[in-house]
Ligand binder design. Structure first.
Ligand SMILES: *Cc1c(COP(=O)(O)O)cnc(C)c1O
Length: 415
């Protein structure tokens, strides 16, 4: 990062590699370049050793056995392997899959693809805090349900699902339970064995590891989960994911996990203190609301709606100084308002006027103090320029569906 670069508060999108990770990765790109499948010589054996070490490290961190870890190119691939791999293997049993509206697009798009191929998808509606109840899940299960896919923690809002309870319901009905745990890893405790989940997906680049590497946890007993590979070839990863292993990436992933060990609770506490400081300062502005659940939430994120503030103008105002994510996915491929916020009941304008601030290992108190000032003055500027009479706008707009926010009951309407 250069000094003139914006302050980075987008750690849920990606993280820089930890210096300790870079130290492990670099030699594996050069002198230690072996193919982990070439067991006939020391180059390959040393590479295989690195992979084994990482596998043990990651398995230990999530309370799994090393044989339960399959390395992939990232969480998107792990999600595809989990959902499509189960769907194709269990098709004789049924074609019904349960997921939720607030899942990552990788999950939703896998389900959409399967729907085109004749599977039936039940997409659970969350409440206005992004929560799903056990009763809701229970009621959605049918005789032909083969898979439930519900994420551990939401990338946009940080909302945490009660995974143990969901997995228990799935297991009692003999349905495979998959959870996208990409954002949970490193931020909250993950105990794969006790969670009851059959499948869990992870990504290295969200936890200060390299991009393009991830893992899928596949439970081996109580119950054993099986799936069909989605990439065929040399038979690596017990035939579940062929292709020459990304040794530098995998070793970097292992090191990234190793850095967390013994350090998870301190880091979590520091980051959540900074998050709370940012959040409480911005909530002092009028008409600012939290998107999501304040209690059951990751320590690293706050997603705020700056109601009655034009979302696009607000982003234009702050994005030279602050790197954050807006409530409308700004990638030119998809300028739509966030499907997660809309599912939680926000109006179109309220969703567009929302910003996700996600903090991480290298966020400082100074960053947060600057961020508070930058956002405060941007909100005030946009509101006064766009809406010279902010107060009367609030009064007029209270009943407008596009500016709806679930935290503001309709009966408070001033109209
Ligand atoms: C980032 C992310 C993914 C995608 O992971 P990649 O490794 O970038 O493919 C999936 N799910 C969640 C919740 C994420 O945050």
């Amino acid at each position: 990062m250069n000094n003139s670069d914006p302050i980075y508060l987008d750690y849920h999108a990606t993280t820089p590699c930890d210096p300790a990770v870079i130290e492990v990765v670099v030699p594996l790109l050069g002198i230690e370049f072996g193919n982990a499948s070439s067991r006939q010589h020391v180059y390959g054996l040393r590479a295989a050793g690195e992979v084994n070490k990482a596998r043990e490290e990651i398995a230990g961190f999530i309370h799994a056995d090393p044989e339960e870890i399959v390395f992939t190119s990232g969480s998107t691939e792990s999600i595809n392997l989990a959902i499509k791999g189960v769907a194709e293997l269990y098709i004789a049993k049924g074609k019904h899959i349960i997921t939720a509206k607030t899942e990552h697009t990788a999950v939703l798009d896998c389900c959409k693809r399967l729907e085109e191929k004749g599977f039936e998808i039940t997409c659970l509606q969350t409440d206005d805090r992004g929560a799903i109840t056990e009763q809701q899940l229970q009621a959605a299960i049918r005789n032909d349900t083969i898979l439930i896919a519900l994420m551990w923690a939401n990338n946009e809002t940080g909302v945490i699902h009660p995974i143990e309870k969901f997995a228990d319901i799935a297991n009692r009905h003999n349905v495979v339970f998959f959870s996208d745990a990409t954002q949970a890893l490193g931020k909250i405790e993950i105990d794969a064995k006790n969670s009851g989940a059959g499948l869990l997906s992870f990504s290295a680049h969200k936890i200060y590891g390299p991009k393009g590497v991830g893992a899928l946890y596949i439970r081996r007993k109580n119950p054993r989960v099986r799936l069909l590979p989605q990439i065929d070839g040399g038979g690596q990863e017990k035939g579940l994911r062929s292709g020459t292993l990304n040794v530098p990436g995998i070793a970097g992933f292992g090191k990234a996990v190793n850095v967390y060990k013994g350090n998870l609770s301190t880091e979590r506490k520091n980051i959540s203190e900074l998050r709370d400081q940012l959040e409480s300062a911005l909530l002092k502005l009028p008409e600012v609301y939290i998107n999501g659940d304040k209690v059951s939430r990751l320590p690293t994120v706050t997603n705020l709606c700056f109601r009655f503030t034009d979302g696009k103008l607000l982003m234009n105002e702050i994005n030279k100084k602050l790197a954050v994510s807006s409530g409308s996915a700004c990638s030119s491929a998809n300028p739509e308002p966030s499907h997660v916020l809309l599912a939680m009941g926000l109006g179109l304008q309220s969703a567009a006027a929302s910003i996700r601030f996600s903090l991480g290992r290298f966020t400082t108190r100074k960053d947060i103090l600057s961020a508070i000032e930058i956002v405060k003055s941007a909100v005030e500027k946009v509101r006064t320029e766009q809406y010279p009479s902010f107060k009367s706008l609030c009064e007029q707009a209270v009943n407008e569906v596009e500016w709806h926010h679930p935290s503001v009951p309709a009966k408070l309407s001033l109209k």
